[in-house]
Design a protein around this ligand. Structure first.
Ligand code: CA
Length: 397
């Protein structure tokens, strides 16, 4: 037996204990947590627990399906056991494992919960409108149903998409590789237990359904999006790929990160009303070719994740273990807090400096990394790992 510790000040100390899925070499995928830079196999650490089989699964879904009470019990058991002696075969250096997509994504919805982002995009996409927000925006969390099959884990290359576009000066639409490829820095919320069809999740119960949080990069082809989105919303400009971080930070680890959302005025309808809507004080950073170009603050988000889940199900739509809903681009009030390059460069009109070059949208070979941290208990910080990817050239037909 041996002991395992995180370095003093680590964002992956006992205050965090995220869940992920790893393999070593050609070995099977198994469920793990992370302490410092050590990956801890939960199938071994928790072999005597009733849900032990869930930790030898290739995704987090079987464990997530056990429900909130077991999430609480298992988290306590992990912390207790990591304070004592651990079987050495449960431990792997982070550098020696491959991390995989941590959960099988069931359905995926993307919201649009930042007032700053929605206002900026309104000004860019609909400059003729006096109010950049659409009339519904402060009454409901606007969202669309996206494609779960193209959600990939950090480290997966992103191939530049091809599609139709038609700029304002183009007489006819043209087909080809996107020339306005962009990021959207978001958080993704993982549904651990869903609801039956016809039985909406009450806004007050939503948190018990939420298993955890991942970083989420919603790659966006702005030229494809601008031509296709009227009147039914995003489709191929978004559905080619989204990147998630490999570690799911449990909601149970984020108690100290809860903050009030900005004031919601007008008061939401009763099914969305919360005595105190909560957001999360998560600070993101976006690196573009190794340089931090923006720091989006999640605490600025207008709608609470609880309101998003209540809204998603209020019509009776069912959700399942592994459902993922993303927040929408996180943008703060300042220019260097904007979570998409279309906002950061104002539609390409105001290039930013990236490693000594003037840049607007993504070029082939560019690499983007999202990172984040949040307050934990007793002055600690929690890390979210990273969502990293490189852009490969289009594969043109
Ligand atoms: Ca988005």
């Amino acid at each position: 037996m041996t002991t395992v510790t995180a370095p003093e000040g680590s964002e992956f100390g006992l205050q965090n204990l995220p869940y992920g899925v790893y393999s070593v070499g050609a070995g099977p995928r198994r469920v793990a947590t992370r302490l410092g830079d050590t990956v801890v196999d939960l199938g071994i650490l928790l072999a005597d627990l009733p849900e032990a089989e869930a930790f030898t699964a290739s995704t987090l879904n079987p464990f997530m399906a056990t429900g909130h009470e077991r999430w609480v019990a298992v988290r306590a058991a992990i912390a207790e056991r990591l304070r004592g002696d651990v079987a050495p075969e449960a431990l792997h250096p982070l550098s020696a494992v491959t991390l995989h997509l941590p959960f099988e994504v069931a359905d995926y919805v993307d919201f649009y919960a930042s007032e700053h982002h929605a206002s900026n995009l309104g000004r860019l996409f609909r400059p003729q409108n006096p109010d950049p927000l659409m009339p519904n925006w402060k009454h409901l969390p606007v969202g669309y149903h996206g494609r779960s099959a193209s959600i990939v884990v950090s480290g997966t290359d992103i191939v530049r998409p091809c599609g139709q576009r038609k700029g304002p000066q183009d007489p006819e639409p043209v087909f080809g590789p996107s020339v306005r490829l962009d990021i959207e820095a978001e958080l993704g919320f993982v549904v651990g237990t869903g609801n039956a069809m016809g039985e909406p999740i009450d806004v007050a119960d939503a948190e018990r359904h939420l298993f955890g949080v991942v970083l989420f990069n919603d790659w966006s082809a702005r030229d494809i999006q601008a031509w296709e989105y009227v009147p039914l919303g995003p489709n191929l400009g978004k559905s080619f790929a989204s990147t998630v971080s490999p570690w799911v930070v449990p909601m149970l680890a984020l108690a100290a990160a809860k903050v009030a959302t900005p004031t919601q005025e007008p008061t939401p309808l009763p099914y969305l009303a919360m005595e105190q809507p909560w957001g999360l004080d998560v600070d993101l950073a976006v690196e573009w070719n190794g340089e931090v170009v923006t720091r989006p603050p999640y605490k600025e988000m207008y709608w609470s994740p609880a309101q998003m889940l209540a809204h998603l199900t209020v019509n009776g739509a069912p959700t399942r273990t592994g459902d993922l809903f993303a927040s929408g681009t996180i943008s703060g009030p300042e220019k260097d807090q904007r979570g998409a390059f279309i906002e950061l460069t104002w539609g390409g009109a105001e290039p930013v400096q990236v490693a000594g070059e003037e840049r607007t949208f993504l070029l082939d070979g560019d690499e983007v990394v999202l990172t984040a941290s949040a307050p934990g208990p007793d002055g600690t910080r929690l890390g979210f790992g990273e969502a990293r990817a490189r852009i490969l050239p289009a594969r043109q037909a």
